[in-house]
Design a protein around this ligand. Structure first.
Ligand code: SAM
Length: 334
């Protein structure tokens, strides 16, 4: 059944094109403690950005989202672990009516000391963004000499069988493509998913034009060269190619975020760190929630803003959009 906005009987949020929108990515800060060359310039993302949503405002938005039909929440950033209230936000989301899963995307730099408290708060899964297992390449890619901290977080995650872990590795031609076998080998003894990602042109000032893009087909070739007995399996919708190496506990996926168009299956809303509600990565249009929150809006008013965003979600933003909603993934949380 198609509806414009919310289907009251089923508590589903469906858009004009029949897509059920049940997933929100909430950027809890624009600040980041790395400066990945494909994402940020050195001078970007101040340490303490102003005008960001506070704890109570984020909780209020999640409450309205849960009542409107959103089922899955992912906290992202910037770097979400820069927020001291992340455990509180995870617990609040976990206890919100309607919300079924709460997950986190992080670079892992500050994770070691907080992993257990986050799991206690109800965190259901972690996507660790990690592009290299080599300390000097880590410095070259992230402009920060912090590999050892991330390595310790990775080891802790791999040892903790209670964590649903996905490692997101952005592949850059001539920089880390030789690490495909090493990342894939992590699936041997661990029931994790290693996901190789394509670069997207969300950095108009940086490396998009320098020939570093590595497409899914080329990633697949490298993977087959290293593991000729790779078995295709069925993965998550965005994991266009999913594989298992025979005898390995985990799986491997390739996310063709640039070379394939996922608009027809897009189930997402995004909230930026300053409270803008974004229904499409490729449209500038957004609904600012901050003025509503500052005016002490009722839950009904917030729910109406959410429904409005879903109604306006374009059919195929990638081909009809007015440019990218952001110039860096850090503004919108990847
Ligand atoms: N700081 C957190 C992290 O590192 O996971 C969350 C924010 S970060 C912007 C989220 C993801 O976006 C990371 O996995 C990063 O690799 C990815 N990303 C950033 N810029 C990108 C680009 N131009 N193309 C593809 N992925 C990008």
């Amino acid at each position: 059944m198609r509806t414009n906005g919310k289907d009251l009987n089923r508590n589903l949020l469906t858009d004009r094109f029949g897509r059920t929108v049940d997933y929100v990515r909430i950027s809890v800060t624009g600040a980041c403690n790395l400066r990945c060359t494909y994402c940020l310039r050195e001078e970007d993302a101040p340490a303490r950005p102003v005008g960001e949503l506070d704890t109570a405002q984020i909780k209020k938005i999640i409450c309205a989202l849960g009542k409107t039909g959103i089922r899955k929440v992912r906290f992202t950033g910037g770097e979400p672990l820069l927020r001291r209230d992340l455990e509180e936000l995870v617990a609040a989301a976990r206890n919100t009516a309607g919300i079924e899963s709460v997950k986190l995307t992080t670079n892992g730099l500050l994770l070691e000391r907080r992993l257990l408290s986050l799991l206690d708060a109800g965190l259901g899964g972690i996507n660790l963004s990690l592009d290299t297992l080599d300390a000097s390449k880590f410095l070259a890619i992230t402009r920060r000499n912090e590999f050892e901290k991330v390595r310790r977080s990775l080891d802790m995650l791999l040892e903790n069988r209670g964590v649903k872990l996905k490692i997101n590795t952005l592949l850059l031609r001539g920089i880390n493509q030789d690490e495909i076998p090493a990342f894939a080998a992590l699936t041997r003894a661990h029931a994790i998913t290693v996901r190789f990602m394509e670069l997207q042109p969300f950095d108009d000032h940086q490396i998009w034009r320098t020939g570093r893009f590595m497409g899914a087909d080329m990633i697949r070739e490298h993977l087959y060269q290293a593991f000729p007995d790779l078995e295709p399996i069925t993965g998550h919708a965005t994991e266009h190619y999913s594989y298992r190496i025979p005898g390995h506990l985990g799986s491997i996926a390739i996310i063709p975020a640039y070379s394939r168009n996922f608009c027809s299956r897009c189930t997402r809303l995004r909230i930026t760190a300053d409270g803008r509600l974004v229904s499409c990565l490729y449209h500038h249009e957004s609904i600012p929630l901050m003025p509503l929150l500052q005016a002490d809006a009722t839950e009904e008013e917030l729910r109406k803003a959410i429904t409005d965003a879903v109604i306006r979600k374009p059919k195929d933003g990638r081909n009809s959009g007015d440019g990218h909603a952001v110039s860096s993934m850090s503004q919108i949380g990847g």
